[in-house]
Structures are given as structure tokens and as C-alpha cells.
Design a protein around this ligand. Sequence first.
Ligand SMILES: NC(=O)c1ccc[n+]([C@@H]2O[C@H](COP(=O)([O-])OP(=O)(O)OC[C@H]3O[C@@H](n4cnc5c(N)ncnc54)[C@H](O)[C@@H]3O)[C@@H](O)[C@H]2O)c1
Length: 259
Amino acid sequence: MKIALVGYGKMGHMIKNCALSLGHEVVATIDVISDDADIKVSAGDGQAVARAVKSSGADGVIEFSHPTAVLGNINALLPLGIPIVVGTTGWNSKFDEVSKLASDCGGTIMTSSNFSIGVNMLYKIIEEAVKIMEPWQEYDISTWEMHHNQKADSPSGTALEIAKRILKNTNKKTEMVVDAFHEKPKPEQLHVSSTRCGAVPGTHTVFFDSPADTIEITHTARSREGFALGAVHALERLCDGLKTGRLVKGKLYGMQDLF
Ligand SMILES: NC(=O)c1ccc[n+]([C@@H]2O[C@H](COP(=O)([O-])OP(=O)(O)OC[C@H]3O[C@@H](n4cnc5c(N)ncnc54)[C@H](O)[C@@H]3O)[C@@H](O)[C@H]2O)c1
């Protein structure tokens, strides 16, 4: 596959290495400041990004840039009709708008706030575990995450997604609590707690606890490479899905559509 990379920062570089190691060709790296990018564009010039992608002859695009740039890039790239995988975060509120644009112009896009294959498996495993646990009132549920001390937000987007999926599959919990408790928690409150320490790339655990035992389901990331690998696999499967007819053009897909 010929891949164009939009955004050639930390993730862009890792994605290039992963793509090459999986036998793909990276036909263009496009960025606003990165010194070693093939093509430089002005910040906010989505049309220049689209022109660069088109002239590269790419079969697919992977976009990991900046929350302020991502929508302009998507709007300009979608009409090209080339499948796009978007890892840049911070535009969830625009999903409906982008879905409509995809359907109007026939472009296809896949996005996820976490492209790690393992984390996406974890989501499914947790959903099943919560369903299994549902009839057993002894089992309480909580979730915890740990990240490096440079992370600016807490809880992580992944922890919030885990909590969302727990709440969707149980009647035991109806409310997420991300702050410290200053009184006894109510049974229906789902505690989502965070620790920041050192260089930890990301650990997420769900606890199912009864008076007799604890079940812990943990995902431990070793590096950010898992995101890069997942993004390349997402583009491969998006292109394959369109070829076989399992996926159709003109849609906004999520990673869950691959599991
Ligand atoms: N979905 C996931 O799994 C996942 C994983 C890791 C990071 N991310 C997200 O990916 C994004 C990039 O992360 P990063 O660590 O590579 O950041 P980074 O700052 O290292 O790199 C971003 C690059 O994008 C470039 N850029 C900015 N505006 C641009 C534009 N208009 N066109 C082209 N390039 C532009 C910047 O110059 C920079 O080189 C962030 O939003 C981050 O949160 C998502």
C-alpha cells in the first residue's frame, strides 16, 4: 500500500517505521514545521495538504497532526475519495458534521482516540466480563489507570471509554466519579481513579471485587508504538473492507468496526 502521512511529529515518525516494517511504501510525509518532512505546508492550509496527498499517488492517508488542524485537513482530504485514518484527538463534537461530509462526498474515514489493538480488545473483553458479572450482586466494579507524570489530563480518554462501556453494560452503576471521595461511595457510583508517576506509557485496570475474591483485567502498554501499529493495521483493514464490501464508502468508522 502507498501511504501518505499528514503530521510528521512523534507519531508520524513511528507510523512511518511501522508501515515500512509491514512492507508498505510511505509516499509522502506532510507537516507544517518538521524539518525532515517531504512536504511543508502552511498551518491551516488543508487544501495544500490535499494537493500534496493527491500528487503523491497515495492509496490511503494516516493523519496524526494537531487538534487545531485536524478538521481543516479532514474537510480537504475527504473529497479525494482516498481512505483516511485519523488519530488526532479533540474533535469528537464534530463527528456528526464529518459523517455528513463523508456521506455527501463519498469519502471514507476511520478514527479512534486509541488505535492500540490491545486496548480495543480490552474494551470488548471488559464488556463481556461486565455482562457475565451482572447477575452476581456480590461483585462491585471500579477502574484505575496510571500514566507518566507529563500527561496533562486525567482520567485518560481510554479510562473514560472503559467507564462508558461499563456503564452501558450494567445496571449496578449509573454514575462515573473521577474525583476523590469525601464520603462513603454510593453503590451506584463507578469510581474511575488515576495515578501519575514517572514514565509509565499507560496502564488500565478494571477490578471486579467480591467479599471472596478479586478479578483484575489489566492492559499494560510498553510504548506508544502500539498506537502506530494499530493505525497502520486500521488503514490496511479499511482498504481491505472497502475492496471486499464489508465496509462501504461515504462513512465515518471507528476502531470498534474492526472488532
Ligand atoms: N488515536 C491514538 O491512538 C493516538 C495516539 C497517540 C497520539 N494521538 C494524537 O495524535 C496527535 C499527534 O500526536 P504526536 O504525539 O505525534 O504530536 P506531535 O506534536 O509530536 O506531532 C504533531 C505534528 O503535526 C504537525 N502539524 C500541525 N498542524 C499540521 C497541519 N495543519 N498539517 C500537517 N501537520 C501538522 C506538527 O508540526 C507536528 O510535527 C495528537 O492529537 C495526539 O493526541 C492519538
